[in-house]
Design a protein around this ligand. Structure first.
Ligand code: TPP
Ligand code: DXP
Ligand code: MG
Length: 663
């Protein structure tokens, strides 16, 4: 029997009668359009109420409430697949697809993911969070349905809908997919791409005429008309046929602006009002029943639509903390110390004043990377290239060949998308591009898709790459100055999401010696290689946990040496060899996956024969993904907190672990 006092997972039960009657999308399909409109209003209110208690990506979700209702009302989901690109707008989708009772666990430990996730629901056919993947995945599914239908008729006529935003469609991958769609063969005709265009200032005006055209464009009558014209054209001699067909496409393109998509082989429909539910249902029904695909439906929506505080906000409430539903006021905690991001940006802006070779490049994340400050000061040296990390890197490489000093600021997880550009265009040519790798390490509520776990591993294996990792914001200040001055080739500084320790910061950073680490704390004189000396070599902000562990070990009579590597590459081999020769145990620790700093250390110890002389214990992120939680809880789960360091040291020493020792 459920605990009567436990808070209801759906505290709004009763407030939204239409929504209360919907458990799964099939419950939508016998509702009238008027009932669907009521449902959409209630779904929007439920989304606002839920996200006010969890925080999250509210704006994008509010912009697609009508579209979500229309899609699930018209298409036979989950057999018809709906893929949400990025997936940050999928909260209404989650509420309608049997997860309303868990939507208030969004981005919480053990709760729903903030993005779509296959493991979470059959209504989530594809995991997302990194943008611009939906058309490729959708095309793959559509072609697969055709092939599977040979043995299993239930796959016949299944539709695949990829909902992609105007931001996400700026990524090259989207064009690779669209370019292929026209020639991918049977099955591709069942692909419907919905371009969710919520940048109103650039979209053509929507209204009665456009609605009429779009209804016409998608209606059977117009398609039959085109069919008839097509048959006639077929009878013309080839050159004339090609010209006539082009004329038809450009004529439609002229009316609707869809020429680009038509040229890519899509049947373009739109632009239509993405908040006009009756119109959406009509159009989607037409598109569902046609085999004219692949189709691109261009809908115009407003990010944050229907919730005034979001509509009025500059960022349209793209990502919000918990908030007051009435006022929209977000409940942000105390400001706290400056973030790593702001410390990096401040030093870059300061140095750019005198060094005119400095430029700054972001891939659609000016505020997240802190480069909005640089943009304000030096608009002609700031470049937001859209969601186009691959282009951003090689664009920076081009600048570097002409003597500029470009800073490419890309989150660790998103830099993964530009790996070959880093290797082939920057590192192989030894170009002095600076990579400001923000959100390195575990990032909290965004979970595994956004964790910056792999950059040390994927950059550390590249010849000539220099990688720095600051232990705190003061070190980041110095490393930013170091990166600015460094001209020996590519250099990366990787730093975490969140605030520093609140250290006093000097007006400017000091340039560090490349490849040199530092001893932070010496172990007790009475210890050494034979007498249980413990050395902890830390890379990055885990140094704080190491110092806590050092206090705990000292309290057990085993005061360790603690060193800060500062550089993941090149390693400070003199420091490393000294630690290995003069201690019984050597621990390395990093906020990165296996294959990173520890591997570089192990490789060097093995090559110098020191691996046989010291009990080497690498502490890295585990070889599995860490789900959304707070960052501290994630590092605890990853086994990288102070007690874990103590346990590793004592275990390596062969000291029996007792409760009190690791308390
Ligand atoms: C490869 C990649 N780069 C950057 C991001 C960060 N990001 C998340 S949402 C977003 C904007 C998406 O814009 P749009 O597709 O128009 O969706 P909207 O939020 O407007 O609904 C960005 C840049 C990402 N998720 N993936
Ligand atoms: C949805 C998305 O990918 C971005 O909005 C991302 O969540 C930003 O992360 P930060 O909040 O760390 O800037
Ligand atoms: Mg958009």
């Amino acid at each position: 029997m459920a605990d009567q006092n436990a808070p209801s997972p759906i505290p709004t039960l009763g407030r939204f009668p239409a929504l209360d009657r919907v458990r799964v999308p099939a419950d939508l399909r016998n509702l009238s359009v008027e009932q669907l409109k009521q449902l959409a209003d209630e779904l929007r209110a439920e989304t606002v109420d839920a996200v006010s208690t969890t925080g999250g990506h509210l704006g994008a979700s509010l912009g697609v409430v009508e579209l979500t209702v229309a899609l699930h009302a018209v298409f036979d989901t989950p057999d018809d697949r709906v893929i949400w690109d990025v997936g940050h707008q999928a909260y209404p989708h989650k509420i309608l697809t049997g997860r309303r009772d868990r939507i208030r666990t969004l981005r919480q430990p053990g709760g729903l993911s903030g993005f779509t996730r296959r493991a979470e629901s059959p209504y989530d056919p594809f995991g997302a969070a990194h943008s611009s993947t939906s058309i490729s995945a959708g095309l793959g599914m559509a072609v697969a349905h055709h092939l599977r239908a040979e043995d299993d008729p239930s796959y016949r006529e299944r539709n695949v809908i990829a909902v992609i935003g105007d931001g996400s469609i700026s990524a090259g991958m989207a064009y690779e997919a669209m370019n292929n769609a026209a020639v991918a063969g049977p099955g591709a005709e069942r692909l419907i791409v919905i371009l969710n265009d919520n940048e109103m200032s650039i979209a053509p005006p929507v209204g009665a005429m456009s609605n009429y055209l779009s209804r016409l464009m998608s209606s059977r009558k117009f398609m039959e008309l085109r069919e008839l014209a097509g048959k006639f054209v077929k009878k013309l001699p080839a050159p004339m046929e090609r010209t006539a067909r082009k004329a038809d496409e450009y004529a439609r393109g002229m009316i609707t602006g869809g020429t680009l998509f038509e040229e890519l082989g899509f049947y373009y429909v739109g632009p239509v009002d993405g908040h006009d539910l009756p119109q959406l249902v009509n159009i989607l029904r037409n598109l569902r029943d046609t085999d004219k695909g692949p189709i691109l439906l261009h809908v115009i929506t407003e990010k944050g639509h229907g919730y005034r505080p979001a509509e009025n906000a500059g960022d349209k409430y793209h990502a919000v903390a918990k908030f007051n539903v009435i006022t929209g006021e977000q409940k942000k905690g105390p400001a706290g110390p400056p973030s790593y991001t702001s410390v990096f940006a401040r030093e870059l802006v300061r140095r750019a004043q005198t060094d005119h070779r400095l430029t700054a490049i972001t891939a659609a994340m000016p505020s997240g990377t802190g480069l909005d400050a640089f943009a304000k000061n030096y608009p002609d040296r700031f470049f937001d290239v859209g969601i186009a990390e691959q282009h951003a890197v090689t664009f920076a490489a081009g600048m570097a060949t002409e003597g500029l000093r470009p800073f490419c600021a890309i989150y660790s997880t998103f830099l993964q998308r530009a790996y070959d550009q880093v290797m082939h265009d920057v590192v192989l040519q030894n170009l002095p591009v600076r990579f400001a790798i923000d959100r390195a390490g575990l990032v909290g509520a965004d979970g595994a898709t956004h964790a910056g776990s792999f950059d040390i591993a994927y950059l550390g294996c590249l010849p000539g790459m220099t990688i720095m990792a600051p232990s705190d914001e003061l070190e980041l200040l110095h490393m930013t100055a170091t990166a600015i001055e460094f001209d020996e080739g590519p250099i990366a500084l990787r730093y975490p999401r969140g605030n520093g320790l609140g250290l006093d910061l000097p007006a400017e950073g000091q340039v560090l010696e490349i490849g040199k680490g530092r001893i932070i704390r010496e172990m007790g004189r009475q210890f050494g290689a034979e007498t249980g000396g413990i050395a902890i070599l830390s890379l990055g902000p885990r140094l704080g946990a190491c110092l806590k562990a050092a206090d705990m070990l000292a309290a057990q009579g085993l005061p360790p040496t603690v060193a800060d590597a500062r550089f993941a590459k090149p390693i400070d081999t003199a420091l490393l060899e000294n630690l290995a020769r003069n201690h019984a145990v050597l621990i390395t620790i990093e906020e990165g996956s296996e294959g990173g700093f520890a591997t570089q250390v192990c490789h060097h110890l093995a090559c110098t024969g020191l691996l046989d002389q010291v009990r080497f214990r690498p502490m890295t992120l585990p070889d599995r993904f860490i789900d959304h939680n707070t960052q501290d809880a994630q590092y605890d789960e990853a086994g990288l907190s102070a007690p874990h360091i103590v346990a590793t040291a004592l275990n390596a020493l062969g000291v029996r672990l007792t409760e009190e020792r690791t308390a």
